[in-house]
Design a protein around this ligand. Structure first.
Ligand code: AMP
Ligand code: TRP
Length: 332
């Protein structure tokens, strides 16, 4: 059976981008067809300026939302990254496999590093080594597939390179994984700035649909989405990024194809209205289920405890093997 691993960072409230780019597929497809693990990757939230209490709160909220979205602890393993020591343990070995040059080439490092500098903050060393920890997350479980949005492609490529290099130098230990992306909405764009990805921590929330936004807020954000100067509705990602984004969202929510849907609309207003309706209907059950689960934190804690124990049992033997293969003396 295929092994699948993916994760989400508790750096902000989960967005529609997270849901359509990753989480929905974990729920609908991945957990049913594989031996899958999904993680709230909290160590990754410490790579930029952070507030400890907020990270703690967002970690619990993310886990609760993943359950609300439909991850089923009977089908998959859901856990918090920092509860399983093997991630950090393996990360060090992979730091001894990666080079400084290849990490400095990572797009997210360049973008987030520049942002930290512009804000007058130091660039944390962990921002540079972050993709190595992500590689450890993936490789510790012998993962075959990593279902992610398009923005993670470069990180998964690095993970593959590290796995191959380690195996060549030290002997066959790691499975070489591959990234998988959804057919539609692999990259959901910001509603106010359709040239940038809809990200959790953008300063302007008007362009971001959060999974826990109430219905009026979702509707208002979609109705105010920036469109393009044309008037007819056409699917053109480069020329008409705002309209293309709405068509992608409508397609992802209703199951059509963005090209076909474009033909059904004469005006931007009608497209926005239908997109807003479709998104409200898509998110309603997730929000309702989240409210129920949030009222029972004991249940969520129990799921995370069980998940961490299962994950530890899977990662430990593989990481021990990597320790031996790289030349470290077994503890006896
Ligand atoms: P992150 O919020 O960076 O932890 O991302 C968690 C998952 O959601 C990853 O698989 C990302 O690729 C995916 N994701 C985040 N933002 C978007 C977006 N705007 N469009 C598509 N996928 C996204
Ligand atoms: N870097 C990913 C992101 O920003 C989150 C992540 C960390 C991840 N470790 C992972 C995703 C392992 C997939 C597999 O979205």
């Amino acid at each position: 059976m295929k092994r699948i691993f993916s994760g989400v960072k508790p750096t902000g409230h989960l967005t529609l981008g997270n849901y359509l780019g990753a989480v929905r597929r974990w729920v609908e497809v991945d957990q049913h067809r594989s031996d899958s693990l999904f993680s709230v990757v909290d160590l990754h939230a410490l790579t930029v300026e952070h507030d400890p209490a907020r990270v703690r709160r967002l970690s619990r909220q993310a886990a609760t939302l993943l359950l609300a979205a439909g991850l089923d602890p009977k089908l998959c393993t859901l856990f918090v990254q920092s509860h399983v020591d093997e991630h950090a343990r393996l990360s060090y070995l992979l730091e001894c496999t990666a080079t400084d040059g290849e990490l400095r080439r990572m797009i997210q490092y360049k973008e987030k590093g520049a942002r930290a500098l512009a804000a007058g903050e130091g660039v944390r060393l962990s921002l540079l080594t972050y993709p190595v920890l992500m590689a450890a997350d993936i490789l510790a479980y012998g993962t075959d597939e990593v279902p992610v949005g398009e923005d993670q492609t470069q990180h998964v490529e690095l993970t593959r390179d590290l796995a191959v290099r380690f195996n060549q130098r030290c002997g066959q230990v790691f499975t070489v994984p591959k990234a998988t992306h959804p057919e539609v909405a692999a990259r959901v764009m910001d509603l106010q700035d359709p040239l940038s990805k809809m990200g959790k921590s953008h300063e302007n929330a008007a362009g971001i649909v959060y999974l826990l936004d109430d219905e009026d807020t979702v509707r208002r954000k979609v109705m105010r989405a920036v469109t393009d100067s044309g008037t007819d509705v056409a699917y053109d990602r480069e020329g008409r990024p705002g309209v293309a984004n709405l068509l992608n969202l409508l397609a992802a929510a209703t199951g059509g194809s963005p090209e076909d849907l474009a033909g059904a609309y004469q005006s931007y207003g009608a497209l926005k209205r239908d997109t807003a309706d479709a998104l409200v209907a898509l998110l309603r059950p997730v929000r309702e289920r989240h409210a129920e689960l949030a009222a029972d934190p004991g249940y969520v804690d129990q799921v995370l405890r069980d998940g961490a124990e299962r994950a530890r049992g899977m990662a430990r033997p593989l990481v021990d093997r990597a320790y031996r293969a790289i030349g470290l003396l077994p503890a006896g």
